[in-house]
Ligand binder design. Structure first.
Ligand code: ARG
Length: 261
């Protein structure tokens, strides 16, 4: 009798262990069994200092201000941050069809986008600026009128130039646009201020021209699927903390000065 009980005990123990084991290996694909699930962040990692690819970044090969924020949001909720890198234009669709939980991509809040997604509190102020050659005579937005203008497809910079009514060429990546101006194939690139700072810092012979009468203030926020209040609250909580304790300002300085991009 005793022997049977002992055998039964062993079997039960083994079964329990098997269950625990399966549960562990199912809970996380990254090998970190401690975390309770993941948050899938979509981005377009072509936008230094907010998101770009390096050998070793803050989340996998992804680095930048936004990536550090994404990691913090996940950490604060005991989750793993996963990055889905895609074209900027695809982010809102990916939110809608559930491919990603949140889009963090230096994304400017606009009325048009607000119709499609919900935005978090804003975390960064930017504006459109013009990148020109050092000897350029472009001094204000209207000077671009008969110049060769380059924008990045789907960015607010494109909307701004479109509204001015000027013709332009659009590229998929900031780096492609910068190559055009560096090689003298265009006269001006219209893009967000912090990204422009980064490009001008890393490429010789370029300067930034601002026109604050023409280009309005823009604010970056994180987007979630309409109605995803739970995630939005979690995001806002972390953003508030990071704004209050100066962490976002600190990240901005750090990544603007980063030498690798
Ligand atoms: N702020 C601009 C916009 O919202 C450009 C953002 C580009 N971001 C990126 N990760 N490529 O349209």
């Amino acid at each position: 009798m005793k022997k049977i009980r002992k055998v039964l005990c062993t079997i039960t123990a083994a079964a329990l262990m098997a269950v625990t084991f399966t549960a562990c290996s199912n809970s996380s694909s990254s090998g970190d069994g401690e975390k309770k699930g993941e948050i899938k962040f979509g981005t377009n990692a072509e936008f230094p200092p907010f998101e770009y690819v390096v050998a070793k970044g803050v989340i996998g090969e992804f680095d930048g201000i936004d990536m550090a924020i994404a990691k913090q949001i996940a950490d604060d909720n005991d989750k793993e941050a996963k990055i889905e890198n895609m074209e900027f234009d695809s982010l809102l669709v990916a939110l809608d069809n559930g491919k990603i939980d949140a889009a963090i991509a230096g994304m400017t809040v606009t009325d048009e986008r607000k119709e499609k997604v919900d935005f978090s509190d804003t975390y960064y102020n930017a504006k459109q600026v013009m990148i020109v050659k050092e000897d350029s005579d472009i001094a204000k937005a209207s000077d671009m009128k008969d110049k060769k203008i380059v924008v990045i497809q789907g960015y607010t910079g494109e909307t701004c130039v479109k509204e001015l009514g000027y013709s332009y060429q659009s590229f998929k990546k900031g780096t492609e646009a910068i190559l055009e101006i560096v090689n003298g194939k265009c006269d001006v690139v219209v893009i967000d201020s912090a990204t422009a700072d980064k490009y001008v810092k890393d490429n010789k012979g370029l300067k930034i021209v601002e026109d604050n009468d023409q280009f309005a203030n823009e604010e970056y926020a994180i987007a979630v699927k309409k109605g995803n209040k739970e995630l939005l609250d979690q995001i806002n909580k972390t953003l508030k903390k990071m704004k209050d304790d100066g962490k976002i300002a600190e990240l901005a300085t750090k990544y603007l000065d980063a030498e690798d991009k």
